[in-house]
Design a protein around this ligand. Structure first.
Ligand code: FAD
Length: 375
């Protein structure tokens, strides 16, 4: 019997657990450890902030969902991994101490390095967890006039909620008749021509921004936030009355105990999702070292690959699945300017971009599928 431990209950951890259950017989033990009992469907947090759905629509009870799939669930904080002894140290939870494993899947996402931007914690809001999304929603509800600023700090690797929040605010103000009293800005750390991490600001995106009269400001690498202004390293500054910023991302701090993470704590893996230089350890999702934005579809595909290869390794076989890094994202503008982007960074060709109401529906359909399959 193999003991397989999965660390983290997000997209990567849950899909890894489901894939292992589908592939492995009952004689192996699968355990998922995560900080709390809830799975959060992050792509819906902008909708939550703008009152388009409720907390219970975006949070699922992990224990109930996983038990249905014959996975043990333990709510606890992982503090350390000893790759030589094959043990994980856990703390502050239902169980404390050390858990042994035969195979490990590391899926603990990324941390928000707010400390890298002076004044971020005190003066900026974000939408990267349920509580913060609801706090930002309260600030949106109180916003009547002035300047709203949305953006990513250098190292934040998630353009989707920045644009979706700007579009949602524009729509909300149009509906309430207050659009004339507000300016909306989206700021980006990247120079012109390199926006959104890996692809240029497309013709389609410009159309959507123009339609909503949203001003896009490239080359704005945020260094500091005060109570009323955002300041960039290059001396530029912009005032705000409402602010939503994504802080810099870093890999999980627990990755340090593996001894193979890069300077930003992202874990280095090969295409089979095995952690380079470590035996019987796989890593998936936002915690791994790949280029460009950090997205849920990547975590899902990486988790499927890791699960297939854990099963192969249990049977002493070579890896049977490989991950090909590519980017697929939908920016839901709320209507017919919604955008789908597909980019293969290994091919020297422009991104494939489509626009239309279909992509807004497709994103909603994906959310409904997750709800139905996991609640
Ligand atoms: C607002 C928002 C909008 C997004 N929109 C999109 C989108 O449109 N499309 C898309 O593809 N992606 C989107 N994403 C990105 C997507 O949600 C992430 O890429 C995805 O959640 C990564 O999955 P993961 O499993 O790697 O990490 P996570 O989902 O972050 O899960 C990590 C898990 O590990 C647990 N954990 C962390 N540290 C510890 C510890 N020390 N001990 C125990 N447990 C721990 C956490 O509690 C969590 O359960 C969005 C994200 C946000 C926040």
């Amino acid at each position: 019997m193999a003991k397989i431990l999965i660390l983290g209950g997000g997209f990567g951890g849950v899909i890894a657990a489901e894939s292992l259950v589908a592939k492995l017989g009952h004689d192996h033990q699968i355990t998922l450890l995560s900080r709390n009992r809830q799975f959060v469907f992050y792509p819906a947090l902008v909708k939550l902030a703008f009152g388009k759905c409720q907390r219970e629509d975006v949070c699922f009870d992990l224990r109930r969902t996983l038990l249905n799939r014959r996975v043990n669930f333990i709510a606890a904080e992982v503090t350390r991994i000893d790759p030589l002894a094959r043990k994980v140290t856990i703390d502050h939870g239902e169980v404390e101490g050390q858990l042994p494993y035969d195979y490990l899947i590391f899926a603990m996402g990324r941390r928000l390095a707010t400390e890298r931007i002076a004044g971020f914690y005190e003066n900026a809001r974000h939408v990267l967890n349920v509580e913060k999304a609801l706090e930002f929603g309260a600030a949106v509800a109180a916003f009547r006039e002035g300047r709203a600023v949305f953006g990513q700090c250098p190292g934040a690797r998630l353009p989707v909620p920045v644009f979706e929040s700007a579009f949602a605010l524009s729509r909300l103000l149009k509906e309430s008749g207050g659009r004339e009293h507000a300016e909306i800005f989206v700021i980006s750390p990247d120079p012109p021509g390199g926006q959104l991490g890996v692809f240029d600001l497309t013709r389609e995106m410009r159309k959507a921004l123009d339609f909503h009269r949203i001003e896009f400001v490239p080359d704005f690498p945020i260094e500091r936030v005060t109570a009323g202004a955002v300041l960039a390293k290059n001396g530029r500054a912009i005032d705000f009355n409402l602010l939503m910023l994504l802080p810099p991302f870093q890999g999980s701090p627990v990755s340090a105990s593996l001894g193979v993470a890069n300077d930003d704590s992202y874990i280095q893996v090969d295409t089979s999702m095995r952690v380079i230089g470590r035996q019987r350890i796989y890593a998936v999702g936002d915690c791994v070292d790949f280029s460009g934005p950090k997205l849920g579809h990547m975590a899902v595909r990486q988790a499927e690959v890791a699960a297939a290869n854990v099963c192969a390794e249990i049977e002493d076989k070579a890896p049977v699945a490989h991950y090909a890094h590519e980017l697929r994202l939908v920016i839901d503008e709320g209507g017919s300017d919604s955008i789908y982007v597909h980019n293969d960074p290994n091919v020297d060709e422009p991104a494939n971009v489509s626009q239309g109401l279909f992509w807004s529906w497709a994103k909603l359909a994906q959310e409904k599928w997750w709800q139905a399959a996991h609640s």
